[in-house]
Ligand binder design. Structure first.
Ligand code: HEC
Ligand code: HEC
Length: 286
């Protein structure tokens, strides 16, 4: 009897300690979610001539916006799960869309710095990649988004639930708040073309976020993803096999790469010139 009492007593104490720890982490996570940032916005000029709009449309369609914000950019509930209700915002100027109330500065603050107009760090939104778009492409993207057809779609706000707060208490990397931006310089002053230099720029926007700043391997932002490998292997593939990989997802050894962790199907929208430029750059990193 005495032993049983002792065991139950110890268990009780452990449970109380676990609850206290969980409450503490939840509170910390909630604080992280609600934290506001006064971010200086690195502003760009936004011109709506037809060349800029075409460029902006290319960036939007090849950098995955529609995968989360929907084919018509009107937003959607992405995940309704115990940790959170993840909602990708309606980007149009229809009812419930940010387009009707955003200033140019709000657009740049959200996309480039991962902070919404009320100062909260955006969740899930990959600003840690878009941060590296150059001024011209950032301006063109915003110009294009402002021309989207208005779609009425009122959505609930992004909601952090108790389990999500707990997770965020342990791991703040769920938000793209300013402190979470990778520590590297934006590649600037490079002219567009099928060149290794341009490939370096494009890789800095779309590949480095997972494969690391030197493309020699890294942990993608999703902590459940396998490591993104060292891309120096690619030089041995040859250019044709590299382009073929982005059409089929099959590497030269015949292994199919999972597009959930390595979204090759999305990158195929970059087109052959951009992918060739990336290949030319990958040949130089050996
Ligand atoms: C992996 C999914 C994902 C992708 C890809 C993505 N977004 Fe988002 N985005 C989100 C989510 C989720 C939110 C809302 C986050 C929040 O409220 O915390 C968001 C928020 C935003 C906001 C802020 C809206 C607001 O409510 O204030 C803008 C602007 C935006 N995204 C633009 C873009 C653009 C432009 C692209 C492509 C270049 C893009 N997003 C790609 C998921 C994504
Ligand atoms: C969201 C994270 C992510 C992004 C962004 C990303 N990758 Fe990957 N990549 C991965 C992961 C993870 C793997 C490993 C998948 C596996 O082995 O199953 C991978 C694998 C690869 C492979 C296969 C290597 C091999 O040995 O078969 C190539 C090639 C590659 N990535 C190139 C690129 C290029 C080029 C870009 C930019 C256009 C890019 N990746 C962007 C995560 C990413």
């Amino acid at each position: 009897m005495k032993a049983l009492k002792w065991i139950l007593g110890t268990l009780g104490v452990l449970i109380v300690l676990a609850v206290v720890a969980a409450l503490f982490l939840m509170n910390k996570g909630a604080g992280r979610f609600d934290q506001t940032w006064d971010t200086p916005v690195e502003m760009v000029s936004i011109s709506s001539d037809s060349a800029s709009l075409a460029l902006g449309r290319f960036i939007a369609e090849s950098h995955g916006c529609q995968g989360c914000h929907g084919g018509n950019f009107a937003g959607q509930v992405m995940i309704d799960a115990p940790p959170f209700l993840a909602v990708a915002s309606n980007l149009t100027s229809g009812a419930g869309g940010v387009g009707s109330r955003y200033s140019d500065e709000d657009w740049v603050r959200s996309i480039r710095h991962g902070v919404n107009p009320s100062g909260r760090g955006l969740m899930v939104m990959p600003s840690e990649a878009y941060h590296f778009l150059n001024d011209e492409e950032m301006g063109a993207l915003v110009a294009y988004l402002k021309t989207l057809d208005p779609v009425d779609n009122e959505l609930p706000p992004f909601e952090m639930r108790p389990l999500g707060k707990l997770i965020m208490g342990v791991d703040p990397a769920m938000s793209t708040a300013p402190g979470m931006m990778p520590d590297r310089e934006r590649v600037t002053g490079v002219e567009r073309g099928v060149t290794a230099d341009w490939g370096h720029y494009r890789a800095s926007v779309v590949c480095m976020v997972c494969h690391g700043g030197n493309l020699q391997g890294g942990q993608p932002p999703d902590p459940d993803s396998p490591l993104a490998p060292d891309l120096r292997v690619v030089a041995g593939w040859g250019q044709d096999a590299f382009l073929e990989f982005f059409r089929t997802g099959v590497n030269p050894s015949g292994r199919e790469i999972n597009k959930e962790v390595m979204p090759w199907d999305k990158f195929s929208h970059l087109g052959e010139d951009e992918l060739t430029a990336i290949y030319l750059y990958l040949e130089t990193i050996n």
